[in-house]
Design a protein around this ligand. Structure first.
Ligand SMILES: Cc1cc2nc3c(=O)[nH]c(=O)nc-3n(C[C@H](O)[C@H](O)[C@H](O)COP(=O)(O)OP(=O)(O)OC[C@H]3O[C@@H](n4cnc5c(N)ncnc54)[C@H](O)[C@@H]3O)c2cc1C
Length: 490
């Protein structure tokens, strides 16, 4: 699309690259001027320093930077960015408030669509979603929508706690199983509508993967804790350390509550299935990250749970989980290699995480996959024999496969962390035969409502999709909450 077609000309353009929001009337900027403003860089801890601590790497926009970045938004009449957002956030509206210097107002707009904007601003794969559809990105770099979301979300956290209006009590009781983003979304929405919500989780603290999977240096636990406190302020009750299916059955919950939501995620790790996986020094990414993030192995011996990490660590896989595990191991002092059987182009990790990992000195062995783990006489891992792979032509789904070239490479390693994705835990379907699942254990739900094969039992998040994203889990939580409310009030 040319500028003429877009309805604006190229007039005298002031040097807006150095635009100062204190002295420039941002609202009067023309589209052509806005497009000349460079995307604002976000301050980060330097790689050398950050690999020695677990503090947050990306430091966020300053108020000035946020206003300048917001001024890059063209406020399109048909905002394609919104189409790229799984929960359809009114992106131009919240950005306009930031440009006007009203970040809390921006945060309130975000909260109408997403209960956890500070979380999503940090972990959503924006480059594949909203930012991929941004018109400014056609010619240059897209508006930094995710960073602006983080800025506005944090403005709400920093400000006074703004409790939303809560409807009068309905007398209905709802049980939510799983305190991850899907369950927390349902809990917040139904509590606001006046229902009495109790969340059950197997772990000692609410947050799901946000807390035990994603490390502090990417998503500080304090942010998740603040969101949980806000839910408690709405009257949501939390019952922790309670594995539903063992400590309590789904049938009991159905008897005691008017509706049940299952947001139990996909926490069953996949293994390589190669010789030597039973050696000491072999972790799944789930166990490794839980030990570091939730059980605070990063603060051992001040905290009681250690994690043993050798001098050489291999992380297998190249998604977000693999990046998190690799960067944690680096911070614990290891030399870390990521072995991935495909190439960088097929990695599913967020671009920023890949870039940060590379900056931090993680070694990447593309087209390598372990085929045998070799231990010493005491059963400790010492080496990994890797097959060198090559890519095949794309299949019908457009994804390239891999094949073994026959070449082998033996790498030293005392620790290996397997990050190949996770499946759904079969516990609930096994203990509740009426709960319909597909192969792989994903729970089947009605597309429109999120209701499972058990009347009054709804589900959303990774338990219905397999491992996906935070924003999708929240979107499905929102869909189920709407349907549950309609049912409860019928
Ligand atoms: C390390 C890692 C990094 C990730 N990085 C990103 C990222 O950068 N961006 C992104 O968008 N997504 C990321 N993801 C994916 C994202 O975190 C998940 O898609 C999302 O958390 C799914 O939310 P959920 O609510 O469905 O489940 P979860 O977050 O998994 O929460 C499920 C909860 O249910 C509890 N539970 C399970 N079974 C039971 C039971 N029987 N009884 C009681 N409680 C139970 C669990 O203890 C857990 O607290 C990442 C995932 C991992 C593992």
């Amino acid at each position: 699309m040319s500028e003429a077609e877009a309805g604006f000309a190229l007039p005298d353009i002031p040097a807006v690259a150095d635009v100062d929001p204190a002295t420039t009337d941002l609202a009067s900027l023309k589209a052509s001027q806005r497009m000349k403003i460079p995307r604002q860089a976000m301050a980060c801890q330097e790689p050398e320093a950050r690999t020695r601590n677990f503090r947050e790497v990306a430091l966020g926009f300053s108020a000035e930077q946020a206003r300048i970045e917001a001024a890059r938004c063209l406020q399109c009449k048909t905002p394609h960015c919104v189409e790229g957002c799984p929960v359809g956030i009114d992106i131009p509206a919240f950005i306009k408030q930031i440009e006007a210097g009203r970040p809390q107002e921006a945060g309130r707009i975000l909260k109408a669509y997403s209960p956890l904007p500070s979380v999503c601003g940090r972990v959503c794969p924006q480059e594949k979603q909203c930012e991929a559809r941004c018109v400014v990105g056609v010619r240059g770099e897209p508006v930094a929508i995710g960073r602006l979301e983080r800025f506005a979300g944090d403005a709400l956290l920093d400000g006074e706690t703004l409790l939303p209006d809560v409807a009068p009590p309905t007398g209905k009781r709802v049980a939510v199983v799983g305190a991850g983003p899907a369950g927390l979304t349902v809990a917040g929405e139904l509590a606001r509508k006046g229902h009495k919500v109790t969340v059950f989780d197997a772990f000692p603290k609410p947050g799901g993967v946000l807390l035990y999977g994603i490390p502090e240096f990417r998503l500080p636990n304090a942010i998740v804790d603040a969101e949980v406190r806000a839910l408690q302020g709405l009257g949501v009750g939390f019952v922790m350390n309670t594995l539903v299916g063992r400590a309590l059955s789904l049938a009991e919950l159905r008897k005691d509550y008017d509706a049940v939501f299952l947001g139990t995620g996909a926490g069953l790790p996949k293994m390589l299935g190669i010789p030597g996986e039973d050696l000491k020094g072999v972790y799944t990414a789930n166990e490794f990250l839980t030990r570091v993030n939730l059980m605070r192995a990063d603060r051992f011996p001040d905290h009681g749970t250690p994690v043993t990490v050798g001098k050489h660590v291999i992380v297998v896989g190249c998604g977000n989980t693999a990046m998190d595990a690799a960067r944690c191991a680096k911070r614990l002092g290891a030399e870390v290699t990521v072995a991935y059987r495909r190439s960088v182009a097929e990695s599913t990790a967020r671009r920023e995480e890949l870039e940060h990992a590379m900056e931090e000195g993680i070694i990447f062995r593309w087209l390598h996959t372990p085929i045998e783990l070799i231990g010493d006489e005491r059963g400790w891992l010492r080496e990994a024999s890797c097959a060198v792979m090559e890519l095949t032509e794309p299949g019908p789904d457009g994804r390239r496969g891999v094949r073994d070239t026959g070449e082998r490479l033996v790498l030293p390693c005392e620790t290996i962390i397997i990050a190949l994705g996770c499946a759904v835990n079969p516990l609930l379907p096994r203990t509740e035969s009426g709960l319909r699942t597909l192969r792989g254990g994903v729970v089947v739900v009605d597309e429109a409502t999120g209701e499972t094969s058990l009347p009054g039992v709804y589900a959303g998040g990774d338990v219905i999709t397999g491992g996906a994203t935070v924003i999708l889990a929240m979107g499905q939580g929102h869909r189920a909450a709407e349907a549950m409310h309609a049912r409860l009030m019928a």
